[in-house]
Design a protein. Sequence first.
Length: 212
Amino acid sequence: MKGVHDYKGIINQAVIRIEVSYESIVDALKNLARSQPRSAFTVEGSMSTSEAIGRHGLIAMALLATATLSGCMGWVPGRQAYWDAQVKEMCAKDGGVQIFEKLRISKSDIDLLGRVGGKIGVPVKELAHPNSPAYSVLTITNLREWNPRVSRSESTIIRRADQAVVARSVVYARSGGDFPTGFSEGTSFVCPDLKKITSDLQQLFVVEGDSK
């Protein structure tokens, strides 16, 4: 649980981001005023930089409001794309399914294992049938706790008969980090795709009596 000092730190960071955003807006408007021909800002020949900035005050207020909202809510432009790229990079290293040894099962074993989207699945140990030929152990590691949340999920598949590890799958995921609208729960990104994980896992099974 975060303490008072932790929240003060978060608030201070948000204030710094807002101050930086405000200064950037003012500088941008000054540059805009200087870059425009004098006739663009004058009726009779002259208008000061401060008057030019005042003329564009509504734009500055809108931009500052956006910066204030994003700073207070912890949203930073590009953060979501950055973490999606990080997820892809980590996924390329060890994401996906690894099969160490084929698992021979009977057709009746399939009913004990169950199916996921019409394909053979391997339930976690706590939910697996006591007579199923295999079960999985899930380990979730939080790589980033919040905004966005980034995690690594490793599923180890164990053959019940001798407790041998026959396969392993690794999935990375990013959830949240979107601009706060209040109308949705936010987006997520998973690598590899869970359907691909389930599909690749079918290579683990050798169904006895199956000619394939």
